[in-house]
Design a protein around this ligand. Structure first.
Ligand code: PHE
Length: 472
């Protein structure tokens, strides 16, 4: 028999856990780099507007659906629409998406652990050499890191929502904040820092066009962990005494502040490396940036603070991103775990073990798809090239499907579950919500332009990625 459903111990615990999910590689690396290429503060303003006007309503919808139904995403769709309704499709998507993203993200987290250990053990110079990354990902060491990481994450998830996830977030999130602030302050004292800050904070609106708008929205959506079933699941652990809308706003605020600070950290560091850098040529992939570009930047600091200083800086940075990735990783794995617990009535331990085994197999398949095993390395041809298994997961789940999931949630909540029920759920624990501006805005946005925009983003991404047709 399954255990009784858990709850977050406190509002702070919930906000930290949800912020832990939201703050990840997307904020610390994805955001600054996209901002660097797309007009600095102009991109920031656009991003913040999308967070407020589009993402917060979707976040509120996901959390209330979870809290109302007390279920995982699949169970939530079924609880509202019935077991055989076509809406179940949305539930399945919100279950498969996080599982596959977890596989992809686990690979990145393993690499981050490896880079942290590399920097701590004085290998920074080797790590910034051309070709190091390619060798690193195909060396046997990654499997050891994978084993360690799987064990740690398994223990956290086995310990449950309160004793595992909430406790982890309470330790890691404040440490993350302190490290981020300390690193930022340090970077701001470097000689060329101001050039970077200026580049970041003086808006260049000429860079804003339809495709940067699309980028800002996708970035915001991803960064807030929307469309991954995470907030439906976390919502199911929020107490009925708490304000869902208030929690959502706090999480969005923390996430956006972290992205902003990450910009203040990365921009000056990039310009310190080369004051005349042409940011247009920065790679758009966070992966190649974190693992091939950043080590070079960190190494270049040795002229100012010596090799040991540069290594300490690099270690702190990789540890920071690693912490952020771990809290995201537990949040995303909790989605299928809660589905196993709710739907199949498995105990927590059995769910963790079953899921861990399935995920580990797919993670290994991804890790050997960088040339080790041809079958996985040349998995499928689409978009005009042959793609690896890892690429396929990345393209389908990380880059494409989130807006579709968001679109379905909006329609489901407003038209199937209905706005009056959404209202009722949001008023529970928050009397002030009734009649508020937020209420009117959320109801209007979720039933009109937000799903329309998300559908557009989804269709244009599919056309672009898989058929090479550019709409924007
Ligand atoms: N918000 C996370 C990030 O910025 C996205 C994410 C959450 C990814 C959970 C994977 C798992 O990185």
């Amino acid at each position: 028999m399954a255990e009784k459903r858990e709850q977050f111990r406190s509002r702070l615990g919930f906000v930290l856990a949800a912020a832990g999910s939201a703050v990840g590689i997307g904020n610390l690396v994805g955001f600054p780099v996209n901002a660097a290429k797309s007009g600095g503060a102009a991109f920031l303003i656009l991003y913040a507007a999308f967070v407020v006007f589009i993402c917060i309503p979707v976040m509120i919808a996901e959390m209330s659906l979870g809290r109302k139904t007390q279920r995982n995403p699949l169970g939530a769709y079924k609880a509202v629409a019935g077991d055989s309704s076509a809406w179940r499709f949305g539930g399945w998507l919100s279950l498969i998406t996080p599982f596959m993203i977890a596989v992809f993200y686990q690979v990145l987290t393993v690499w981050l652990l490896g880079y942290f250990i590399g920097a701590v053990s004085g290998n920074l110079e080797a790590m910034s050499a051309e070709g190091y990354f390619g060798e690193f990902i195909n060396a046997n060491g990654v499997f050891i890191y994978l084993g360690v990481l799987t064990l740690v994450i398994g223990i956290v998830l086995k310990s449950g929502v309160q004793n595992g996830i909430e406790r982890l977030a309470k330790v890691l999130m404040p440490s993350l904040a302190i490290m981020l602030i300390a690193l930022t302050i340090f970077v701001l004292t470097l000689p060329n820092a101001l050039i970077g800050v200026k580049y970041y904070l003086v808006p260049d609106f000429s860079k804003i066009n339809l495709s940067t708008i699309n980028l800002a929205l996708s970035q915001a959506f991803f960064s807030l962990s929307l469309g991954m079933g995470i907030l439906i699941t976390y919502g199911s652990y929020i107490s009925k005494r708490e304000s869902v809308a208030g929690g959502a706003k706090m999480v969005a605020l923390v996430d956006t502040c972290v992205a902003f600070f990450a910009g203040l950290l990365i921009f000056p560091a990039i310009f310190e490396f080369n004051p005349a850098i042409d940011t247009e040529n920065l790679s758009s992939s966070s992966v190649s940036l974190v693992f091939t570009f950043l080590p070079k930047i960190f190494l270049s600091l040795q002229g100012l603070i010596g090799y040991v200083g540069a290594s300490i800086f690099a270690s702190a940075f990789f540890l920071l991103v690693f912490f952020a990735a771990i809290t995201s990783q537990v949040s995303i794995l909790q989605v299928p775990i809660s589905a196993f617990q709710d739907e199949l009535k498995y105990t927590r331990l059995k769910s963790v073990l079953m899921l861990g085994a399935c995920a580990a197999l797919l993670v290994i398949a991804s890790m050997v798809s960088f040339g080790r095993i041809e079958f996985f390395s040349e998995f499928l041809a689409y978009g005009g090239k042959v793609n690896s298994f890892f690429d396929l997961i990345y393209d389908v789940f990380y880059e494409t499907i989130l807006p579709l999931n968001g679109f379905i949630v909006c329609l489901f909540v407003t038209y199937r579950w209905r706005k009056s029920n959404l209202d009722k759920e949001l008023i529970t624990g928050d009397e002030g919500y009734d009649g508020s501006f937020t209420q009117r805005y959320v109801n209007f946005a979720l039933s009109t332009f937000v799903p329309a925009i998300l559908l557009f983003v989804f269709v244009s991404t599919v056309l672009m990625k898989f058929f090479g047709i550019s709409v924007l």
